[in-house]
Design a protein around this ligand. Structure first.
Ligand code: DX5
Ligand code: ZN
Length: 219
């Protein structure tokens, strides 16, 4: 239904050369730019905040996909709205999820909902008719460079089945440990939007890496 999109995660780039890294990713075929915001509470890491998102957005020509791994997305949301095309919040965060999703859409942005590896698919079900994107975390959020968790493919399939059964149109995004081989399994399970940090920014040939994630031909 949806075209396959690849969203390089800036978390894995050289922050000292942010604009060059973003241009490099765009020239290599990035469809979206994925920005991982971490507050040191929701996850055990602090990445960057609104000023950095603004700096990245000022260099980007592709849509900015902001992933909020923060405890209070309701409180900080206004600071990310201006420069994000999509904003994804976590179902486990400490907020009224339905109301934050609504605020994102009211601001003219698309909204995403994510779940950690330990959170069952049933936790996101009540919100699936009110989202533009379901982000299935395929690693524990907080750090790049971790190994893909194959057990998460079940949640990707569950999302695809639910989407079909209820005639919904949300994208299904996967994030964590995505390389060509894991991308292939995710796409087979129903994912259409692939976030990749390490395997894209640290690849010897970034164009080839993005191409292989978008159209994985084998292991
Ligand atoms: C992890 C982040 C990911 C991360 C992915 O908490 O949400 O977006 O950057 O990194 P890789 O692709 O290296 O697993
Ligand atoms: Zn992410």
């Amino acid at each position: 239904m949806h075209s396959i999109l690849v969203a390089p995660s800036v978390l894995a780039c050289d922050f000292g050369r942010l604009h060059d890294e973003i241009h490099r990713a765009e020239q290599a075929g990035a469809d979206w730019l994925h920005l991982d915001v971490m507050d040191g509470h929701f996850v055990d890491n602090i990445s960057f905040g609104p000023a950095f998102v603004d700096a990245a957005a000022s260099a980007a020509t592709v849509p900015v996909d902001t992933h909020l791994m923060i405890s209070r997305p309701d409180h900080y949301l206004p600071r990310f709205l201006k420069n994000s095309h999509n904003i994804t919040i976590h179902v486990e965060s400490d907020c009224d999820v339905a109301s934050v999703l609504k605020s994102i859409r009211s601001a003219g942005r698309t909204c995403g909902l994510s779940l950690r590896p330990g959170t069952p698919f049933s936790a996101v079900e009540p919100y699936l008719n009110a989202i533009d994107l379901l982000l299935v975390m395929t690693v524990e959020p907080g750090f790049g460079g971790q190994a893909f968790q194959p057990a998460m493919l079940e949640k990707v399939s569950a999302g695809a089945e639910y989407r079909k059964k209820h005639g919904l149109g949300f994208r299904i995004e996967v994030d964590g440990g995505i390389i060509a081989a894991t991308a292939r399994d995710c796409i087979a399970a129903g994912a259409d939007t692939l976030v990749a940090g390490t395997s894209v920014f640290r690849a010897p040939d970034m164009s080839a890496a993005i191409q292989q994630i978008r159209q994985p031909s084998g292991r």
